[in-house]
Design a protein around this ligand. Structure first.
Ligand code: SF4
Length: 287
């Protein structure tokens, strides 16, 4: 296939290190012959990947009661969980593998350190997201999740507050919210806990989306970080599509756009990004 210089694939596309580590961990368990392998919640929000894991006998469960075979292994996913839920899992007496991303663990530690010193915790993020639910468990019941600037403006004053972020938040929003909270607190510690891979992805996306006529964001429709990336792109480029597979792409939008930038969420496998890039290249060759 000829090289199309007007198609750019993000260097940061593909699994983030935390997701990669969790996937490698379950695949290694499968290779070692462990069965069944349960993951507490889907390992990632990408249907193509979870389907292929399921075919290998790696089963996502929503409830511990579904872990019926006590000879199996339970894997805690990259998002992490609360200490109370961790205890519940350990009490089952099954083999447990903790695949919490080390960068999420760092956030647990920061929250715990300040909560022990009697700080309130503000988590900038999505209250329903599994990572944030896990983070709340470290706040010693003194945590509040803030999802927007408006919510931050409505917060009461604080004596001592520690502001942290869900690891995949948009940095600009986090910094604005942290600044509002700072004005409301006598003592305020700001811990910018957006992970480095997310920052890199956002920086590259911001730079490349601005110059593109079309941005194709590849990733699961249920993936919050992919949706956030698509939102970031739509603030910078007037044509943005968020697709899970090439079947969702309207060929006309491809042939009508000159410069195309392809990026992907943290839970999108690189093979899916490459498959979509090949499909786009073929459409342009045949136009
Ligand atoms: S997004 Fe960052 S913190 Fe979250 S799993 Fe990936 S590398 Fe870890």
């Amino acid at each position: 296939m000829s090289k199309d210089n007007n198609i750019l694939i993000a260097k940061s596309a593909g699994f983030c290190p935390g997701v990669k580590r969790a996937i490698e961990c379950v695949l290694e368990l499968e290779k070692q012959g462990h069965s069944p392998i349960y993951t507490v919640g889907p390992l990632i929000h990408n249907k193509q990947v979870t389907d292929s894991l399921e075919a290998k006998g790696i089963k996502a469960i929503e409830n511990l009661k579904e872990a019926t075979d006590k000879n199996g292994v339970l894997v805690i996913r990259a998002h992490g969980i609360t200490p109370a839920f961790q205890k519940e899992i350990m009490d089952l007496g099954m083999k447990v593998i903790d695949a919490t991303c080390p960068l999420v663990k760092k956030v647990h530690n920061v929250i715990e350190e300040y909560a022990k010193k009697d700080y309130d915790t503000i988590i900038v993020g999505d209250s329903k997201h599994a990572e944030v639910i896990g983070l709340m468990g470290y706040t010693q019941n003194k945590g509040i999740v803030v999802g927007s600037i408006e919510e931050a403006q409505n917060l009461p004053p604080f004596e001592k507050v520690n502001v942290v972020s869900q690891t995949t938040q948009k940095e600009e929003t986090f910094l604005k919210i942290a600044d509002i909270i700072k004005q409301k607190a006598k003592i305020c510690n700001i811990s910018n806990t957006i992970c480095h891979p997310t920052k890199q992805r956002q920086t590259e996306t911001t730079k490349c989306a601005k110059d593109a006529d079309l941005v194709v964001v590849v990733g699961g429709h249920h993936s919050a970080n992919t949706a956030r990336l698509a939102k970031l792109c739509s603030d910078l480029c007037k044509n943005v599509i968020h697709v899970e597979t090439s079947a969702e792409i309207d060929p006309k939008i491809i042939t009508n756009s000159k410069k195309i930038f392809i990026t992907a969420g943290a839970s999108t496998p690189i093979w899916l990004v490459e498959e979509i890039a090949d499909y786009i290249k073929k459409l342009r060759e045949n136009k």
